[in-house]
Design a protein around this ligand. Structure first.
Ligand code: MLC
Length: 510
């Protein structure tokens, strides 16, 4: 049987000349990695992981800063046939405790600065191996891997075997781990390679600017797989800095970003049509792109952003057309990708309904949560995305809203229920409602409206400071408003729409 380990397909796409540059670091140290470097280094780490003699579904949980070595670690986990579990590097101890208890990883890889507290949590939960990996190529992972051979045959895997678990925030508070298989990831990457017309070397090749985090579908799968599966070079940014990215744009042909990155490029004076002269494609996703940003970007750069739609559970689902460019329409997310079945479930009289999907990239379920998995699929096997949408006569999808209470801030999903849970733990707070209000930079900003306990007084700044100690910064409310009571409807349900309307004036506030 052929080996359906995703690494085999990625490796087969490496260029014949393995000494060509695969990744060039574009911020920080001037470092370049060849395709041979990627292959050898991932073999060494895979051999280290193999030497641990772990069960085939062992999880390798990764909580590190972005680095090329973190990408190599991902490739190594694939090669070793284990399950990669990347986590947002902004997560703090209480969040990590949950993920480690839930994922029960055999291996944890973290930044050296977090080793003290994180290894305690991991060892207490039964993790046998904790390595460190820093963004300057230091740490015990690479030290240990250096003793291993630099060739390795990828472990035999079937398409249905789990390659990665991506945690998505849960509507009722706790995150769920979306399991993605080797087949889910490869089929999606192959479809996008054709649809977005990645250019072969003979056609001049492509160069991707990689400026997204490595712990989400967008940066790890859509961007990295896109370049790797096409043997294309990446210009690598550990963080997004509009000026630094603009300075390297003339060397690039493809850019992927969340809308916040497009807003920041527009705010950067050096960003001009001239800096985009060699660009072929700007792709946006993970959050709604404002029609205004789409228009301004086109006027300024001469490029029409291609908006696409996906999520952790499904990887990519729809895309605006690559060609003709005029068919990329602001405010729509385009057509279902080849192989994806998409339906909007609504009565004939209505046009807006729940977006449901089926297809080769749709995940098999949530890690150890069969009931949640069952809830999220219809009886006839379609995944309920949680988004509300409308299909036009040609099959073009426009997203109208969400059936789940969710805030998307700078491309990160924030579930109000989770933040409300942390607010209840603070002294003096009787109840709270967390909402999203429009925000100039992040699209939406998290805002909390809280009611103090009888006789207690609540200091907004102190609450925000306390939350910053407990949860990732992007979830912390930018504003906390103290009120006597929350507006409720006749059923006693908090009227979040009304709160959003009342607090719109906070728009644009940092
Ligand atoms: C950072 N901060 C945020 C934030 N990011 N606040 C709200 N929302 C965000 N997204 C806060 C920090 O907590 C900190 O607060 C301050 O901003 C500075 O932090 P930073 O790390 O220096 O920020 P910056 O580098 O500017 O980061 C902004 C960003 C980043 C937009 C570059 O958020 C980002 O990379 N977003 C992309 C997310 C992504 O890749 N999503 C893909 C999901 S996949 P303080 O108070 O401490 O100063 C998916 C599927 C799909 O959705 O279809 O793609």
């Amino acid at each position: 049987m052929t080996n359906q380990n995703l690494y085999c397909a990625l490796r087969a796409a490496f260029p014949a000349d393995l000494d060509r540059a695969a990744i060039e670091c574009a911020d920080g140290a001037a470092l370049s990695y060849t395709w041979r470097d990627l292959d050898r280094a991932s073999a060494m780490i895979a051999n280290l992981l193999g030497s641990l003699a772990l069960p085939s579904d062992a999880r390798v949980l990764v909580h590190t800063d972005k680095s090329v070595e973190a990408l190599i670690l991902y490739l190594a986990v694939l090669r070793a046939g284990l399950v990669h579990v990347p986590l947002n590097s902004a997560y703090q101890a209480s969040e990590l405790t949950y993920f480690i208890d839930n994922a029960e990883p055999a291996v944890v890889v973290c930044a050296s600065r977090d080793f003290g507290w994180l290894s305690k949590i991991a060892f207490r939960a039964g993790t046998a191996h904790v390595y460190t990996l820093d963004d300057d190529r230091r740490g015990s992972l690479l030290q240990r891997a250096a003793h291993h051979a630099d060739t390795q045959a990828p472990v035999q895997r079937a398409a249905a075997d789990v390659a990665s678990i991506i945690y998505t925030s849960g509507t009722t508070g706790r995150s769920k781990g979306a399991m993605l298989s080797h087949g889910n990831l490869l089929s999606n990457a192959q479809v996008l390679k054709t649809l977005w017309a990645w250019r072969s070397e003979a056609d001049g090749g492509d160069v991707l600017i990689h400026a997204l985090p490595l712990f989400h579908v967008h940066g790890l799968f859509v961007a990295s797989h896109g370049a790797l599966l096409n043997g294309s070079k990446m210009l690598w940014f550990a963080n997004f800095d509009a000026r630094a990215v603009t300075a390297r744009l003339p060397e690039a042909t493809v850019f992927m970003g969340v809308p916040t990155l497009y807003g920041r490029l527009l705010a950067e004076p050096s960003f001009t049509a001239q800096s985009c002269r060699n660009m072929r494609l700007f792709i946006s996703g993970s959050a709604p792109l404002l029609a205004d940003t789409f228009r301004q970007f086109s006027e300024r750069s001469g490029h029409t952003i291609l908006e696409r739609y996906g999520m952790s559970e499904t990887v990519m689902l729809t895309s605006n057309p690559y060609a003709p460019v005029q068919d990329r329409i602001a405010g729509t997310v385009g057509f279902a990708l080849p192989g994806v079945d998409l339906r909007v479930s609504c009565d004939e009289s209505e046009q807006i309904g729940a977006v449901e999907v089926r297809g080769p990239s749709v995940f098999p379920g949530y890690w150890r949560m069969p009931e949640k998995t069952a809830e999220e699929f219809t009886a006839d096997g379609w995944f309920k995305t949680g988004d509300l949408g409308q299909l036009d006569a040609q099959g073009r999808l426009t997203l109208i809203g969400r059936s789940k209470d969710l805030i998307i801030s700078g491309g990160y999903n924030v579930y109000p229920a989770e933040v409300e849970g942390y607010l209840y733990e603070l002294p003096g707070i009787d109840e709270s409602a967390v909402i999203g209000v429009p925000h100039a930079d992040f699209g939406e900003a998290v805002v909390a409206v809280v009611v103090p306990r009888a006789g207690a007084s609540v200091d907004a700044a102190a609450c925000i400071a306390a939350l910053k100690q407990r949860i990732a910064g992007f979830k912390v409310p930018k504003h906390l408003i103290v009120v006597d009571q929350l507006p409720r409807n006749a059923m006693g349900k908090v009227q979040k729409a009304l709160l959003r309307e009342q607090h719109r004036a906070l728009s644009g506030a940092k």
